[in-house]
Design a protein around this ligand. Structure first.
Ligand SMILES: NC(=O)C1=CN([C@@H]2O[C@H](COP(=O)(O)OP(=O)(O)OC[C@H]3O[C@@H](n4cnc5c(N)ncnc54)[C@H](OP(=O)(O)O)[C@@H]3O)[C@@H](O)[C@H]2O)C=CC1
Ligand SMILES: CC(C)(CO)C(=O)C(=O)O
Length: 347
């Protein structure tokens, strides 16, 4: 257990986290815990929290770290990007274009910018608006929940992945030291679609209004997820987009495993159920906070993929509509109701 960050050396590269919420504060704070020079750009409401209390990080394996964040370490001012050597983008997808517009004013040419966001298109949105920088797709597989203001909890396993690029290599030791090693890969399109197949659970978790563990222990919700994943896998196959294995289960088999009866699922998917009992999807957090969700960047991407092949994606289309309804109505769905709704949409 660490409670204060070691001093960063004067020559450490500066890592800027743009959009410090759950993922940004957690990854930025972990880097700080190992002495990295980190600046986070976030909102005034969190700045106020950090004026009164420390940033507190915990994880499912017992990690605990607390540190006070000075005004120059957590700031609302995007001008902090001017001396960044690496940028991590951790805003929600709807805020990506605006984040890029801020950063375009300050970043030095050639600065590596890694999108640690869900969805498929965020890196491209950044790339078109930051042509002088090196935008790389990244992927964060684990769950981070803000348990209380300024207290971020990492609830599931997995390691960070980013697009292979020599510009990232000088930063890898800092990630290694803080316990969040990066794997660099060349097949990021396959990685991002494979992560999206897992994120198809986000709307189901959000609509269920129960923690991930409770939701995935209910076969009706798992059958909803299997319908959305099966539809997506069919479209990916037709489009010639490969998948990669990100969990203990080969990706094409996930819908079959999701469909198993509870007793067999619990036996076979033990690793998948090794989820902190309080963990919930980031989409649930958005609904709870009354913010617009990322559903258009998750299920909406599947609908777009279908359109590009003159096909339809009725299950993902219906989930998108239900989450948009829920943004207004806050209606929550029982497993059997949601399954009946999606089955009728897919007819
Ligand atoms: N949370 C999780 O477990 C996981 C999340 N992800 C993905 O990571 C990304 C980030 O998610 P998450 O951390 O949960 O999101 P959060 O909403 O918790 O964090 C994003 C933060 O960025 C702030 N922000 C947006 N625009 C700006 C700006 N221009 N200047 C300063 N701050 C800004 C937001 O403020 P405001 O709300 O006021 O706009 C918010 O506080 C998403 O794509 C998500 O899907 C991936 C894996 C796991
Ligand atoms: C880690 C996971 C899959 C948890 O649902 C996620 O990506 C999210 O909440 O957005």
């Amino acid at each position: 257990m660490a409670t204060e960050a070691p001093e960063s050396s004067p020559k450490s590269p500066r890592i800027l986290v743009f959009g410090a919420g759950s993922v940004g504060c957690y990854v930025g704070g972990r880097l700080m815990s190992a002495g990295a020079d980190v600046v986070m750009v976030g909102r005034a409401r969190l700045r106020k929290v950090f004026d009164e209390s420390p940033l507190v990080l915990t994880d499912y394996e017992g990690f605990h770290f607390e540190t006070r964040l000075a005004p120059d370490t957590f700031t609302e001012d995007p001008a902090a990007a001017a001396d960044a050597d690496l940028v991590l983008i951790t805003v929600k997808s709807a805020a990506t274009a605006e984040a890029a517009e801020h950063l375009a004013k300050y970043l030095r040419p050639g600065t590596p910018v890694v999108s640690l966001q869900n969805g498929i298109s965020n890196a491209e949105t950044l790339r078109t608006r930051l042509p002088q920088t090196r935008v790389l797709a990244g992927m964060i597989p684990f769950n981070v929940l803000q348990k209380s203001p300024g207290n971020f909890h990492h609830g599931t396993e997995g390691h960070l992945v980013a697009e292979q690029h020599p510009g990232l290599e000088p930063f890898l030791p800092a990630f290694e030291r803080c316990g969040l090693p990066f794997e660099l890969r060349e097949d990021m399109t396959a990685v991002m679609w494979s992560k999206l197949l897992l994120n198809l659970n986000n709307p189901i978790n959000a609509l269920s209004n129960v923690p991930l563990l409770e939701e995935l222990s209910d076969r009706n919700y798992r059958l909803c997820l299997a319908l959305a994943q099966q539809e997506t896998l069919g479209l990916l196959k037709q489009a010639g987009i490969p998948t990669v294995q990100l969990t203990a289960i080969p990706t094409p088999l996930i819908p079959k495993v999701m469909s198993l009866p509870n007793w067999l699922f619990k036996r076979l998917a033990q690793k998948m159920l090794a989820i902190d009992p309080i963990a919930r999807s980031s989409m649930w957090e958005d609904l709870e906070a009354g913010r617009p969700t990322e559903v258009d960047w998750i299920n909406g991407e599947v609908v777009q993929l279908a359109l590009s092949q003159n096909r339809k994606a009725p299950v993902n289309q219906r989930l998108t509509e239900l989450v948009h309804d829920c943004e207004q109505s806050r209606r929550r769905w029982a497993g059997d109701e949601l399954l009946a709704e999606l089955r009728s949409a897919s007819k």
